[in-house]
Design a protein around this ligand. Structure first.
Ligand SMILES: Nc1ncnc2c1ncn2[C@@H]1O[C@H](COP(=O)(O)OP(=O)(O)OP(=O)(O)O)[C@@H](O)[C@H]1O
Ligand SMILES: [Mg+2]
Length: 307
């Protein structure tokens, strides 16, 4: 496995539709998109100059794993996943570069909502609770410690999906319903909670606490179904903690980009553009991504990509 990070992937075989912070989207045909996941990493909404070795492969193959597992656990769940094969109209040279980091998905209209689910009081939720006793405006019992589980189980805390360069904003369920319509808003909330709880159960058995996450959903306009899209329960979209080290009352040691975030804040670089991340922080982050992949899928990345 090459340890060289791939910060940019340019394909000439297919028309490019969009460049996200981490993924490039290409057009395969009228109904199909190719997601190509780079090793880019963003923290506090800005992209670092250099990438994390293997991150694109991990995010792609871990999402594929969840797209396979989750529908078994959440009856009626539909996803946008089609295949991890590179489409046949990509040249052999380009196929070699994007192997293991590309996914064909169904092209759908994405609802402009971030379907965030929180199982633990951490990050922004902890800050709000500490200051006001609420999380997303909902009052929680007094006396909770940092990183305690949300009493009563996971809660749905939607936000807007802001255009590039702008920050997402927390919104109430009523506001979410105004944006996407009441019926879709309810279905999104129901699915987000069910998927999160199923994912949490699965991960807990493998020694990982999924503290919170962000899902995205799209609409199948033919069947009128709400479909799970984007990436799913990865260390980029979720906070993941090793269960055996979990201890409320402090920050948790995490598998996700918290390590990078901490380095940025300690060095006053939070939100700054074009930050070059030092080698040791890159490697430590890569190691965490690799470990979470192995724990959740039961196979090392190397075993998975050889197979
Ligand atoms: N099935 C789908 N059909 C169409 N678009 C999708 C689908 N699944 C995900 N997307 C969109 O593809 C993009 C994925 O790219 P990426 O994760 O790099 O973006 P991002 O940085 O998270 O956000 P942004 O899209 O605002 O740049 C997201 O905008 C997501 O909404
Ligand atoms: Mg994304």
């Amino acid at each position: 496995m090459s340890n060289q990070a791939l910060a940019e992937v340019i394909l000439t075989s297919l028309p490019k539709l969009a460049t996200g912070k981490v993924r490039d989207l290409y057009d395969v045909d009228d109904n199909t998109l190719l997601f190509v996941t780079s090793d880019r990493i963003s923290a506090y909404d800005v992209i670092m100059k250099n990438g994390i070795p293997h991150k694109g492969e991990i995010l792609t193959l871990l999402s594929a794993h969840w797209f396979n597992e989750l529908p078994k656990r959440v009856p009626g769940l539909r996803t946008h996943f089609l295949a991890t094969d590179v489409p046949s109209n990509v040249t052999i040279e380009e196929a070699r570069v994007i192997r293991n980091r590309s996914m064909q998905v169904r092209k759908l209209k994405v609802f402009p909502l971030e379907a965030i689910v929180r199982g633990y009081v951490t990050g922004g939720a902890w800050k709000e609770y500490k200051d006001q006793g609420t999380v997303h405006g909902m009052r929680l019992p007094p006396g909770l410690k940092q990183c305690d589980a949300v009493p009563g189980g996971p809660i749905y805390t939607p936000s807007t999906k802001a255009p590039a360069g702008q920050h997402d904003e927390n919104i109430s369920k009523e506001e979410a319903a105004k944006i996407v319509g009441d019926r879709y808003a309810k279905r999104i909330e129901e699915l987000a909670l069910k998927i999160f709880i199923a994912g949490q159960e699965y991960a807990t058995e493998r020694g990982i606490i999924i503290a919170d996450t962000k899902f995205e959903f799209g609409l199948d306009e033919v069947t009128d179904e709400v479909v799970l899209v984007d990436e799913v329960l990865t260390p980029d979209s979720s906070r993941m903690w090793p269960k055996d080290r979990y201890e409320p009352g402090r920050d948790q040691e995490s598998f996700d980009k918290q390590f990078l975030r901490n380095w940025l804040t300690e060095n006053g670089l939070q939100g700054k553009e074009g930050v070059e991340v030092p080698q040791d922080v890159l490697e430590a982050t890569s190691k965490r991504y690799l470990e979470v992949f192995q724990r959740l899928t039961g196979k090392s990345l190397e075993e998975t990509t050889l197979g």
